[in-house]
Design a protein around this ligand. Structure first.
Ligand SMILES: [Zn+2]
Ligand SMILES: [Zn+2]
Ligand SMILES: [Zn+2]
Ligand SMILES: [Zn+2]
Length: 282
């Protein structure tokens, strides 16, 4: 972040130097202050706290003084006295803009404490977190804390699983983590019928890792994230650890249902269409 303070300072310094050299220092100093504010808004849109204020202040003060000083030293300044007054205007404008922007700030992010205008209610802990990658794991739609602690969201009740995915599968291995049926609780995907363990179903927010079918009747908090497309399809692991094709080989692959079509071009892991939750009924 310090690099941005330096860049911002240089930006202010250069602009202000150019202005004083053309005699427009005081006249356009509000614009310079505004530019300093915009610069830091662009660099870190979420920052609305004290730290950000100090950055803006530092860049506008140092940059303004450097710009006016340089042009005074080089003797290119048209109106030296007014230039210094302009520096004050730069600083006042930059800090006023920042304060105004900060006033509209909303709830702070639970994890990094900075005000987060855009963010998410984590479906697992329900805390409000900002959209920064250090706080929100976009790929798996949960806060980084829940991700690290592997917080699960689906109930453990057998009834919940059986009504959605059928009984536990006793052979094969998990499509995702390759754990054998004997060591974990495998459940078949409702569409491609490849098994995945309960832990992995939870990890993928109820979306089949292979065909992206989604478990019907997911907890409502997951609804906004339910039709999540996968990130880049990883190439098959070197050793062919894929399960021997399926505990249910006999079933012909049915034509994919329209609901399963995934939106094109949204391969990055951000939040995706709230689409038709899941194919209910057959
Ligand atoms: Zn945060
Ligand atoms: Zn969470
Ligand atoms: Zn698994
Ligand atoms: Zn599937």
């Amino acid at each position: 972040m310090t690099i941005y303070v330096v860049l911002g300072t240089l930006l202010v310094g250069f602009i202000y130097f150019a202005l004083t050299a053309t005699g427009l220092g005081l006249l356009l100093s509000p614009a310079v202050g505004f530019a300093a504010y915009i610069f830091f808004r662009l660099v870190d849109p979420e920052e609305r706290g004290r730290r950000g204020y100090l950055r803006v202040l530092c860049a506008s003060i140092v940059g303004g003084i450097a710009g006016a000083g340089l042009s005074a030293v080089l003797g290119v300044s048209q109106t030296p006295t007014w230039d210094w007054a302009g520096v004050a205007v730069v600083v006042i404008f930059a800090s006023a803009m920042y304060s105004l922007g900060a006033r509209g700030a909303t709830e702070p992010c639970v994890l990094c404490k900075s005000a987060a205008r855009t963010g998410f209610h984590c479906p697992r802990c329900n805390d409000w977190v900002c959209a920064r990658p250090s706080c929100w794991n976009a790929k798996y739609s949960r806060c980084t804390r829940c991700h690290e602690r592997e917080i699960v969201i689906f109930p453990i009740a057998e009834r919940w699983w059986e009504s959605r995915l059928g009984r536990r599968v006793m052979k094969g291995e998990c499509t995702s983590c390759y754990t054998e049926a004997g060591e974990t609780d495998l459940r078949e995907c409702g569409q491609c019928h490849w098994p995945m363990c309960r832990r992995c179903w939870d990890y993928h927010n109820g979306v089949c890792k292979r065909c992206e079918w989604t478990i019907p009747d997911l907890p409502p908090v997951l609804a906004p994230f339910a039709r999540k497309t996968k990130a880049v399809r990883a190439p098959a692991p070197p050793a062919q650890r894929r399960p021997a094709p399926a505990p249910a080989p006999a079933r012909p692959r049915e034509a994919p249902r329209p609901a399963a079509v995934r939106p094109q071009g949204s391969d990055d892991a951000t939040r995706v269409v709230q689409g038709p939750a899941a194919p209910k009924g057959r």
